[in-house]
Design a binder for this molecule. Structure first.
Ligand code: PHE
Length: 345
């Protein structure tokens, strides 16, 4: 019986040594050490042994069992370690391989123009203001001296949601809201960029949704010359120091007097070409001195306070600055168009 046990030990150890995987190793464990295995069988047959033989065989059987178990355990660790190593080797990264380029996005040309204009005015002490795109008729029209039924409402075809609520047709309601917030006290210097909506048919120069940037300055002794000086600085910084500006009389119900500003045409230097329709001048924005009614409606004493306001379209400015011939390019998001503005980021 001792012989048999020794044989079993040698046999099991050899099998463990040769085993190549964890599954096989487990099979060996079950085969030799399991309840139906040969060692258990030996132990079961001990009853038939003599009293002298019993402890000897029992001790040996346990020894054999432990030796096999220890061997299996050692082999199991070795196999597991090998598996980890193999996995690491398979996953190793060749750091010398060239990287895959990540395509970086870039700012939309309109965002660029708006940020450029914002920076310019922030440099002159302005703050940025914002207002809702879904606006009350009151702020969009009435508080701007455009009572219901005023014929000048026709200048801005509107998307009404209810009788009293519409998509704002310009950024000027932010003027009224900001003045109201100040409760008739103290100076204001803001610019307000944002989306506006009009019931226009889309074509190369019109869009039912576009951007505007509004400017508003209110204070004591604000004069037309302040407006002109401000617009002059803006035009030169935006379009080049050699640009001239000219103000033409115009009409907006919320400003009096009202003007439109032109800049001299860059293409022809003012001699006349297709871009400026042979006038030498290009219209850029609308502006004027804040109408006393507008100041009063917002709670400002129009005898003490005066102000100027202007409104411009970033699309138009971007079109002129970058030579874009169709406003729809800004909204269709063709990357071939957009990528052209990635250069100076
Ligand atoms: N809100 C005017 C428009 O959309 C532009 C404007 C703003 C004119 C401020 C004068 C003063 O046409």
């Amino acid at each position: 019986m001792q012989e048999r046990l020794k044989e079993l030990q040698a046999e099991a150890i050899q099998k463990v040594d040769q085993s190549a995987g964890l599954k096989e190793l487990n099979d060996i464990r079950v085969a030799y050490l399991g309840k139906k295995g040969p060692i258990t069988e030996v132990l079961r047959g001990m009853g038939k042994l003599s009293a002298e033989e019993r402890p000897v065989i029992g001790a040996l059987a346990n020894e054999v069992r432990e030796a096999i178990a220890a061997k299996i355990e050692a082999k199991q660790s070795a196999l597991e370690e090998a598996a980890v190593q193999e996995k690491l080797a398979a996953e190793s990264i060749d750091v010398t391989l060239p990287g895959r380029p990540v395509k970086a996005g870039n700012h939309h040309p309109l965002t660029k123009i708006i940020e450029e204009i914002e920076d310019l005015f922030i440099g002159m002490g302005y703050e940025i203001a914002e207002g809702p795109e879904v606006e009350q008729d009151y702020y969009n029209f009435e508080a701007l001296n455009l009572p219901k039924g005023h014929p000048a409402r026709d200048m801005q075809d509107s998307f009404y949601i209810t009788e009293e609520i519409l998509l704002r047709t310009h950024t000027s309601p932010v003027q009224a809201r900001t003045m109201e917030k100040h409760q008739g006290k103290g100076p204001i210097k803001i610019i307000c960029p944002g989306k506006v909506y009009r019931r226009d048919n889309d074509d190369a120069t019109h869009s039912h949704q576009f951007m505007q940037i509004e400017g508003l300055v209110v204070g004591e002794n604000i004069r037309m010359s302040d407006l002109k000086g401000t617009l002059n600085v803006f035009a030169k910084k935006m379009f080049g120091e050699d640009r001239e500006i000219r103000l033409r009389p115009s009409f907006f119900p919320f400003t009096e007097p009202s003007v439109e500003m032109d800049i001299s045409c860059k293409m022809c230097g003012g001699h006349g070409c297709n871009v400026c329709k042979h006038t030498g001048w290009i219209e850029i924005l609308g502006a004027g001195m804040v109408h006393p009614n507008v100041l009063e409606m917002a709670g400002y004493d129009s005898k003490k306070y005066t102000g100027f306001a202007f409104g411009m379209g970033p699309e138009r400015i971007a079109m002129l600055k970058y030579g874009v011939d169709d406003i729809r390019h800004f909204y269709t998001n063709d990357v071939r168009f957009l990528n052209q503005f990635a250069i100076e980021e």
